[in-house]
Design a protein around this ligand. Structure first.
Ligand SMILES: Cc1ncc(COP(=O)(O)O)c(C=O)c1O
Length: 402
């Protein structure tokens, strides 16, 4: 029905045997057993650290971490494995750039008006601390990107554009290729926050000519506490170090130190090896299904969901009407009802798990005078039956209000 075998996929996620409808995928995806087993393999068979020790177990860890780095490299088509830096999450990856890019007073960076706090607060901190200027590119009324307005945001002081690939509020994907072209014409670099894009869309950093890319493992079938910063090699080499200590230096005296090569220079302290190895497995898993197939599946489900609910009087959908432009996200409010209340009713009545609130994009909700929304976010294992059950519950809740 959906281009791949959904019942086979659901068997990879034992948690789905419980009677739950999990629609909180934009917050965090469920984990397939392949990823969990790979992490257990580390704990059962070769628990050790890499880099520092020369014994058999450490050598195995080293090999497995290298393999994981290579899997990430393949997923985004980076040029070399050394362009992949492991972080704890998207947030840490963005903070690394914010603290290492060498911005000075008066430098300008451009953000969209729909950035997650992870891609707003690190820049606000720099604004307060050292006087960089944030320029906000506002989107269209329906949440789609406005390239014309974006083009007008540049000045000769613009150093960086830091922007979401896909919005976690309404699911709209930005035209990254055009954004990068415009930025490069204006001599600015581009950092893409792909936390919501990478789980279900192919992102080829070389084709798109992206300078830096940040994403998290936990939204793409990977472990919690894992993330990635990609950077073009020549740019990573120019970055200052951020968190420093063990593993980030080749040598030190009481007066000085010699930084490691990339990527080790940015991976301070003992790492989450099980997580990194699990992340490599998650890359393999989503690649084996195909991110484009996952995207098509999400759009099919969202199109159905939208058709079932778009004529309901009290329901306001955030973002464009066309579900194709919203990927796997269906974000909405029921007029007159508190969003958290709706999410709680869904949970208690049918074990339907959604997210409610400002989704860490308070700036956008504040600007629009809203408290938040209820967000149903779909992923590769969700089904048409689940969508129908969800729509039925929402209709009941809205009717109850009349
Ligand atoms: C668009 C976007 N950016 C950044 C983040 C932050 O991700 P993390 O908490 O894994 O750092 C999220 C998480 O929801 C997100 O949706």
């Amino acid at each position: 029905m959906f281009g791949y075998n959904i019942s086979k996929i659901r068997k990879d996620f034992p948690i789905l045997e419980r009677k739950i409808i999990y629609f909180d995928n934009a917050c965090m995806s469920l984990k397939p057993k392949q990823v969990v087993e790979k992490m257990n393999e580390y704990y059962h068979e070769y628990t050790a650290c890499t880099g520092r020790s020369m014994h058999t177990l450490a050598t195995r860890v080293h090999e497995e971490v290298d393999k994981a780095r290579h899997e990430v490299k393949k997923l985004i088509n980076a040029k070399s494995d050394s362009e992949i830096i492991f972080t704890r999450n998207t947030t840490e990856a963005i903070n690394l750039i914010a603290n290492s890019f060498g911005l000075k007073r008066g430098d300008e960076i451009i953000l969209s008006d729909k950035e997650h706090n992870s891609n707003l607060v690190p820049w606000l901190k720099l604004k307060n601390k050292m006087g960089i200027k944030l320029v906000i590119s506002t989107t269209n009324k329906d949440g789609t990107f406005n390239l014309e307005r974006f083009t007008r945001c540049f000045s000769r002081n613009t150093k960086l554009v830091s922007i979401i690939h896909t919005s976690n509020i309404d699911g709209v994907t930005n035209p990254i290729k055009e954004i990068v072209e415009i930025a490069h014409k204006n001599n600015a670099k581009v950092l893409v926050d792909a936390a919501q894009g990478i789980p279900s869309q192919e992102i080829d950093v070389r084709k798109l000519d992206i300078d830096f890319l940040a994403f998290s493992g936990h939204k793409m079938c990977g472990p919690t506490g894992t993330g990635v910063l990609y950077g073009k090699k020549e740019l990573l080499e120019q970055l200052d170090q951020f968190i420093v200590g063990g593993e980030t230096v080749i040598d030190s005296t009481y007066d000085s130190y010699v930084p490691e090569e990339i990527p080790a220079r940015f991976e301070a302290g003992l790492q989450d090896y099980a997580g990194i190895i699990g992340l490599g497995e998650a890359c393999k898993y989503i690649r084996s299904i195909g991110q484009n197939n996952i995207h098509k599946h999400e759009v099919k489900l969202n199109t159905l969901l939208t058709s079932l609910l778009s004529n309901e009087e009290k329901i306001i959908i955030l973002g464009p009407r066309d579900a194709e432009l919203r990927g796997g996200i269906f974000s909405f409010v029921i007029e007159g009802l508190d969003v958290h209340h709706v999410a709680k009713i869904l949970n208690h009545s049918k074990n339907i798990m959604t997210r409610s609130g400002a989704h860490c994009v308070h700036s956008w909700f504040n600007k629009h005078g809203m408290n938040g929304s209820v967000r149903a976010s779909l992923y590769l294992y969700n089904t048409e039956e689940e969508v129908r059950a969800f729509a039925g519950e929402i209709k009941k809740i809205a009717k109850f209000l009349k």
